[in-house]
Design a protein around this ligand. Structure first.
Ligand SMILES: *[C@@H]1O[C@H](CO)[C@@H](O)[C@H](O)[C@H]1NC(C)=O
Ligand SMILES: *[C@@H]1O[C@H](CO)[C@@H](O)[C@H](O)[C@H]1NC(C)=O
Ligand SMILES: *[C@@H]1O[C@H](CO)[C@@H](O)[C@H](O)[C@H]1NC(C)=O
Ligand SMILES: *[C@@H]1O[C@H](CO)[C@@H](O)[C@H](O)[C@H]1NC(C)=O
Length: 366
């Protein structure tokens, strides 16, 4: 009798342990996935602008997306994957869903995270106003705040705090603040500031935005710096020789130096923050200067082009495509090809000392 009672107790204990184990495992498999929240511009947009029907910056027509999954336009301003796609893949993280994608619900957010990136978006609110519709970084943070409130209602505060506290955050912005603001005389910022004061204005705005994300729970964050903006095809045609715009590249470098310093200041001063600055400026410049050494044949012309006509978004169904897309550094007037993005992503990870997951996706498929 006494013995039976004891084994009953043991059984109950074993059951309790088993239940705890099962709950623990379920927690990991279902609601414990580490996801990403991505903030950015056209270099990271995965479809938001296609839902902004008045936006002038949309990758909604062929030949955008030709090397991605079905080959139909998917909102990426590229033939294939973005740098953020590849960096996330290599870290073994799921690809986040575009914020405006109608399929986005609490389950998708728990499983994949959210991408708020929007073509034309800038650190400054006033950037790219000529594009009519785009999400600036402040707007994207506002949308993220909405996502947080939504998730707290749907899954409760504890689960939401865990999701947002464990997630990886990517912020990749700044090129439009130069190309579609400071460098265009139609914007008042271009005559209010000089290069130096404009970079300081951008970096102090960025610092407030990163602090805001930290206050909202972001702990692991990577900010991607700028590439050699003066070498994009759209900038090259402004020089008499077709060479890179050195003054524009100098702005990229100055921004990277100051934004990098701001990110490391925040990382050491904000509680529990691991904020990193990722960039591949010199490597990207080398791809442009010595294309053959990296397996490219052309680092000057866009692969998808209308020839001599150079409006801002030149890749349309009427454009001609280069023969071999993997031989071109640039896909259109602004954006690198899938192959160039892959090399830039790998260099960015190498400089961040991030080990690449062995079985990470290696193709353009989602
Ligand atoms: C920028 O826009 C946001 C709304 O998206 C607004 O809350 C904020 O006050 C604006 N900031 C400035 C400096 O205009
Ligand atoms: C920092 O991390 C510690 C340990 O996980 C935690 O107790 C503390 O609340 C965190 N502080 C902030 C501000 O996140
Ligand atoms: C490389 O580019 C040159 C000049 O544009 C062209 O004549 C040549 O056919 C290209 N080679 C390959 C392998 O694409
Ligand atoms: C990466 O590792 C190298 C050598 O261990 C170190 O010097 C460098 O500071 C590290 N970089 C980052 C971003 O952690």
């Amino acid at each position: 009798m006494a013995c039976k009672k004891r084994s009953g107790k043991l059984q109950a204990m074993a059951l309790a342990v088993l239940l705890l184990l099962l709950l623990g495992l379920a927690g990991k498999g279902c609601h414990g996935d580490v996801v990403q929240f991505i903030f950015g511009d056209s270099l990271s947009d995965v479809g938001n602008n296609n839902y902004l029907t008045k936006s002038l910056a949309r990758a909604a027509l062929p030949w955008y997306g030709i090397d991605f999954a079905s080959g139909m336009p998917n909102g990426r301003f590229c033939n294939g994957r973005t740098v953020a796609d590849i960096v996330g893949d290599k870290m073994g993280l799921p690809r986040p869903v575009a914020f405006l994608d109608p399929s986005l619900d609490e389950n998708a957010i728990l499983k994949y995270g959210v991408n708020y990136a929007s073509g034309g978006g800038g650190i400054l609110n006033e950037t790219s106003s000529l594009f009519i519709q785009r999400f600036s970084l402040y707007k994207q943070i506002e949308l993220f705040q909405g996502t947080q409130e939504f998730m707290r209602r749907k899954v409760g505060k504890a689960a939401a705090d865990k999701l947002f506290g464990e997630a990886y955050y990517v912020v990749a912005m700044g090129a439009n603040d130069f190309i579609n603001n400071y460098l265009l005389p139609v914007y008042s910022d271009s005559w209010t500031y000089n290069g130096d004061t404009f970079v300081k204005y951008m970096v102090s705005t960025l610092e407030s935005q990163l602090r805001l994300l930290h206050a909202m729970g972001a702990r692991r964050l990577t900010f991607f710096g700028l590439g050699p903006m003066g070498c994009i095809p759209l900038q090259r045609i402004l020089t008499s020789t077709g060479g890179c715009q050195d003054s524009t590249n100098a702005l990229s470098k100055s921004f990277n130096a100051q934004a990098g310093a701001a990110v490391s200041r925040l990382s050491s001063s904000l509680p529990n923050a691991t904020f990193r600055f990722g960039e591949a400026f010199d490597y990207f410049q080398d791809l442009i200067d010595r294309p053959l050494a990296h397996g490219f044949n052309d680092s000057r012309a866009p692969c998808c082009t209308l020839g001599r006509v150079r409006p801002t978004l030149t890749c349309t169904p009427l454009s001609t495509l280069c023969k071999d897309r993997s031989q071109y550094v640039f896909w259109d007037e602004y954006h690198p090809t899938d192959r160039a993005n892959e090399l830039i992503a790998l260099e960015t990870l190498r400089k961040l000392n991030i080990t690449v997951v062995a079985n990470a996706a290696t193709t353009s498929s989602p």
